[in-house]
Design a protein around this ligand. Structure first.
Ligand code: AMP
Length: 179
């Protein structure tokens, strides 16, 4: 589904490039100016949700931390529930976790073991797709609980890092802004 190019240009203008953050050589895509503008935030969430409107989604799984922001908003627009995929040690009840590498280091994602009933259709949401390690780990975690990955929705895709090639789930991966 094609999004209006002028809308994409306006959203893109609200993403700030921060060189060498959080590590030398990383060009960080800072979404905070987009979030702070009411119209841009609303249009971004609407456009992110557009490909999924006619798809059955029970739960949006947002990836900590910035995936929470878009994921929770998207859950509301799609009429779905929200489940957080959190960093190590943050969830209070029994968890299942996975260790993985991302563009600027190593990380671990955890989910409550009872968060997704078997057969639940889950949409995974994050802000940036870089090397693809995070999204692949999230999909594996969701599947390990017996849920079905309906797809993934990501605001920004850094195409030159070819993270899409690591998206192993047999489901659509839609991104809004590609660099
Ligand atoms: P990756 O696993 O390499 O695809 O990294 C994606 C995750 O790391 C997402 O949760 C992003 O929030 C974050 N991330 C990686 N690279 C960047 C970047 N250049 N700008 C902003 N966030 C990034």
């Amino acid at each position: 589904m094609e999004t209006d190019p002028s809308l994409l240009a306006r959203l893109s203008a609200r993403i700030r490039d921060v060189p060498d953050f959080p590590a030398p050589g990383v060009l960080f895509k800072d979404i905070t100016p987009l979030l702070a503008d009411a119209k841009s935030f609303a249009q971004c969430v609407n456009a992110l949700g557009a490909p999924w409107r006619d798809t059955a989604i029970d739960i949006v799984c947002g990836i900590e931390a910035r995936g929470f922001i878009f994921g929770a908003a998207l859950a509301r627009t799609l009429g779905a529930g929200f489940v957080p995929l959190r960093k190590a040690g943050k969830l209070p009840a029994p968890t299942r976790g996975v260790d993985f590498g991302l563009e600027y280091g190593e990380a671990r994602l955890e989910i409550h073991v009872d968060a997704l009933a078997s057969g639940t259709r889950a949409l995974i949401v994050d802000d940036v797709l870089a090397t693809g390690g995070t999204l692949a780990a999230a999909a594996g975690l969701v599947q390990s609980l017996g849920a079905e990955v309906a797809g993934a929705a990501v605001v920004i895709e850094l195409e030159f890092l070819r993270g899409r090639e690591r998206w192993g789930a047999d489901a659509p991966l839609h991104t809004l802004l590609r660099y």
